[in-house]
Design a protein around this ligand. Structure first.
Ligand SMILES: C[S@@+](CC[C@H](N)C(=O)[O-])C[C@H]1O[C@@H](n2cnc3c(N)ncnc32)[C@H](O)[C@@H]1O
Length: 180
């Protein structure tokens, strides 16, 4: 059994079935997502600084391309769980960032849950692939969450140890495992 406050991508049921051409990742779809998002005519007027609009835009691309993101429904369910934690979580670590869709959800949620206090909140999310990590960083910045969400490049076992050694993180309120 995972420890309390540990949510995995299977917490709410099995993954969605993939079609054969949709299975896999790091095949250009991730950079294609960034191109799609930043070439939208509403990127500045609708998406900039609106995490939920960015999640919706990723979902629209995802519906056609079948990417390995959690998906809106699971992100909403996890955020519902986060909102029930007392005190509100301030530090969340995610193993498996991919293009940052779930990290945008966690960042938005933690920011809202802590907005009535002066406490800072932080999401650290880890990504093995540096090209995918760069897509995530761009989308997180577009969502206006780069002050809350930090993408760590490299194997999670190394990057988490490094931020702990450097004192960037002490205790962790919630861990999310999605790095398979
Ligand atoms: C299922 S995806 C994550 C999806 C993301 N949580 C979302 O819902 O938007 C898994 C990601 O974990 C990354 N990954 C796999 N092993 C890893 C490791 N040891 N350290 C860091 N990232 C890893 C993969 O490169 C892949 O992008």
């Amino acid at each position: 059994m995972p420890p309390p406050n540990t949510f995995t991508s299977d917490t709410f049921g099995a993954r969605q079935p993939f079609t054969s051409d949709a299975f896999g990742f790091n095949d250009g779809r991730e950079v294609g997502l960034r191109d799609y998002i930043f070439s939208r005519p509403d990127v500045e007027t609708k998406l900039r600084n609106d995490p939920q609009a960015v999640i919706d835009a990723i979902s629209e691309y995802n519906a056609k391309k079948g990417m390995i993101t959690l998906g809106r429904a699971k992100i909403d369910k996890c955020n519902d769980l986060l909102s029930k934690l007392d005190p509100p979580p301030k530090t969340l670590v995610e193993l498996g960032c991919y293009v940052g869709m779930s990290a945008i959800g966690w960042g938005d949620s933690l920011k809202k849950l802590n907005e009535s206090t002066s406490e800072t909140c932080k999401v650290f999310t880890t990504e093995l692939d540096e090209t995918i990590a760069s897509v995530a960083r761009d989308l997180i910045a577009l969502a206006g969450l780069d002050d809350v969400v930090t993408v760590l490049d490299g194997p999670a076992a190394e990057t988490i140890r490094k931020i702990k050694t450097e004192g960037q993180i002490d205790t962790v309120d919630v861990m999310f495992f999605d790095h398979w």
